[in-house]
Write a protein that binds this ligand. Structure first.
Ligand code: NAP
Length: 252
């Protein structure tokens, strides 16, 4: 474990998958890590333990990012425990069972947009209020975890999810421009087919196996491969990069 930087990072949806990989890597780079989760507190505690056992610092906070009151409570807790916020990864995201657009109802579409879009807006808002040099903050960096689906459309699977990620990309571009002269950089990553439990929630645990021949590199990706891109965008190595995207998709 490297030396502590004194910096605090919030990663939403960090109890498993890409968020958890990001949390472990961020701790290794010296961040104090706030691990947000929605329902699986046991899994979040497991990531906290792994970080602490490696000599890092972390704590878990349960909050549904689609609920404004819970987001406000989470940020107030970070203020109280850390007194600063330097980085945010808007990673929490959901999809629903595969179906065509002509089968989707409003409730389903609303659930997807509430977590993937509204949740990311709310967390970005609270982060900017704390980071902006215009408001006395020390600046910071935000990474939004989008998807190649936002570009490809996810036809026959989940166009609602793809549309939510295209909206997230617009947030990345617009917020980057709004805050560029306030010490804040905002970027996005667009993962391709990454080996996590998310595919099972769409009803097809073996989705990567079925689709991997469509990936120029011929394989799915690992969560850590996405986490490395996220941590680079957050780092000073990316000091002149804002409103940009890294596709982590094996060429797909
Ligand atoms: P995952 O394994 O399903 O994990 C999702 C995480 O988000 C869990 O920690 C979950 O917590 C949390 N979460 C869900 N809804 C939440 C809410 N409303 N509030 C707070 N936390 C919430 O997913 P993943 O594959 O790691 O995906 C992470 C991100 O990468 C998502 O934004 C996803 O869209 C994106 N992505 C994934 C892939 C892929 O192939 N896996 C590809 C492109 C983009 P609980 O378990 O406690 O509910």
């Amino acid at each position: 474990m490297s030396e502590q930087t004194g910096k605090t990072i919030l990663i939403t949806g960090a109890s498993r998958g890409i968020g958890a990989a990001c949390a472990l890597l961020a701790a290794g780079r010296g961040y104090r890590v706030v691990i947000n989760y929605r329902s699986d507190g046991g899994a979040a505690d497991g990531i906290v333990r792994a970080i602490e056992e490696a000599g890092g610092s972390a704590f878990a906070v349960g909050a549904d990012v689609s609920r404004e009151d819970e987001v406000l409570r989470m940020f107030a807790g970070i203020d109280a425990r850390c007194g600063r916020l330097d980085a945010l990864v808007n990673n929490a995201g959901i999809l629903a069972r595969q179906m065509r657009v002509d089968q989707m109802d409003a409730a389903r579409i609303g659930r997807i947009l509430a977590t993937n879009v509204t949740g990311s807006f709310l967390c970005a808002r609270e982060a900017v209020l704390r980071m902006s040099t215009r408001r006395g903050g020390r600046g910071g960096a935000i990474v939004n975890v989008s998807s190649r689906a936002g570009v490809l459309g996810a036809a026959g699977e989940y166009v609602d999810y793809a549309a939510s990620k295209a909206a997230l990309d617009a947030l990345t571009i617009g917020l980057a421009k709004e805050t560029a002269d306030e010490g804040i950089r905002v970027n996005g990553v667009r993962p391709g087919l990454i080996d996590t439990e998310m595919h099972a929630s769409g009803g097809e645990a073996g989705r990567i196996e079925r689709l991997k021949s469509s990936v120029p590199m011929g394989r799915g990706g690992e969560a850590i491969e996405v986490a490395r891109a996220i941590l680079w965008l957050l780092s000073d190595e990316a000091s002149y990069t804002t409103g940009s995207f890294i596709d982590v998709s094996g060429g797909r």
